[in-house]
Design a protein around this ligand. Structure first.
Ligand SMILES: [Zn+2]
Length: 379
């Protein structure tokens, strides 16, 4: 079992502690908890089976988000799952995902189907202050107000995760909470400007480019091929239903690959820089230009900006958004010249100071300058 108290660091560097308290559920609450274990275990085994089948038939490994997206469908076909809190169900799929990660990183054997002796806990992954009551009770959604023996003081406002466990005939609550908040890094020396490009995903003021990867384009092609295959199958036939199911899985998979890539790019930027300047997105306005719309949607700019912002916030780094006017036309050489160019012109060539540079890098440098200026004015 987990120790009653411990400290560890999460992947992103936040300090967390776990404290364990005894729970004393009533007979009725106990029945509900066991019933919840049963339903969660059934979902776990179903999700494991689904991963195995899809891998065998398509050679594609589906993952957490793939399966989470289909939870509503599962709940519709199995109404008894209304008895279980939705976050608890999501956590079931997260556990399975972790089991696969452990396996792929060679820490454990291939995930096993669980019998009732191997599934004896549930987790509320997004606990809120409202769960805790002063008089020694914890309010577990869909279970009830359960007596909790807090044998030491703890800060209910910081609790992030509640894990309820049955072990050796006793009930426990493991509370995970953050113990340190992250101080803001105000350094401006290690700053970068990023331009959300069209040919590459982004260009930085340091002259780097992040591309949309080839394997992603490949996955998208495979998806289109599968869609064509489906349209050739007979309507209402068993084969068509099966193919539809597989297509949905592949579709989810590609969408997740896209997101994964954006996570990777945003993480790498936030790790590398203390201050990130980017354009205040005029995606809406640009969408009106039809030729551009497809590239913008593919590149997922809005999502990338969101990822950068929340990842930066998490580690105390800053993001400054700047008005995007003329960032691509203005010469970044410092001469102040506006060099007009349409989208087909890839190189910025300044007739005044002679600067010759990639057009997106030029824009990224302007974005950085403008960001620093905004900070200076803000004091
Ligand atoms: Zn110039």
């Amino acid at each position: 079992m987990r120790p009653s108290k411990g400290t560890s660091k999460t992947k992103e560097g936040e300090i967390v502690s776990v404290v364990r308290f005894r729970l004393e559920p009533t007979k009725e609450q106990e029945q509900k908890l066991f019933r919840t274990f049963y339903l969660c275990r059934k979902l776990y085994n179903h999700a494991l089976e689904e991963r195995i089948i899809i891998y065998r038939e398509n050679g594609v490994s589906i993952r957490y988000t793939d399966q989470q997206n289909r939870l509503p469908v599962w709940k519709q076909s199995q109404p008894e799952y209304k008895e279980v809190h939705s976050q608890v169900l999501q956590n079931v799929l997260q556990r399975l995902d972790q089991a696969f990660i452990n396996f792929f990183e060679k820490r454990t054997r291939f995930p096993r189907f669980k019998n009732k002796f191997r599934y004896r806990s549930i987790t509320y992954p997004q606990a809120r202050l409202g769960y805790f009551h002063k008089d020694g009770y914890v309010s577990l959604p869909k279970i009830g107000l359960v007596r909790m023996i807090a044998h030491q003081p703890f800060d209910p406002t910081a609790v992030k995760i509640i894990n309820v466990k049955f072990h050796d005939g006793k009930w426990y609550a493991n509370l995970t909470y953050a113990t340190e908040s992250v101080p803001l890094i105000t350094n401006t020396n290690n700053a970068v400007g990023i331009d959300l490009g069209l040919l590459s995903l982004i260009a930085t003021s340091d002259g780097d480019f992040f591309a949309n990867p080839k394997w992603l384009q490949k996955s998208e092609k495979r998806l289109k091929r599968k869609q064509r295959q489906l349209s050739r199958k007979k309507k209402g036939s068993n084969n068509r239903e099966k193919a539809k199911h597989h297509l949905q899985a592949i579709h989810d998979h590609v969408a997740n690959q896209r997101k994964d890539h954006l996570h990777k790019v945003s993480r790498s930027l936030v790790n590398r820089y203390d201050l990130i300047c980017m354009e205040d997105l005029l995606v809406k306005g640009m969408m009106k230009n039809h030729r551009l719309a497809k590239s913008i949607a593919n590149a997922g700019w809005g999502r990338l900006a969101t990822y950068i912002e929340y990842k930066a916030k998490f580690v105390g780094k800053r993001v400054v958004k700047v008005p995007p006017h003329y960032t691509s036309q203005l010469c970044s050489g410092g001469c102040g010249t506006i060099v007009k160019k349409d989208l087909s012109v890839r190189i910025h060539k300044c007739p005044k100071c002679g600067l010759e540079i990639d057009r997106d890098t030029n824009a990224a440098i302007n974005i950085l300058r403008r960001g620093l200026e905004i900070l200076r004015q803000a004091g």
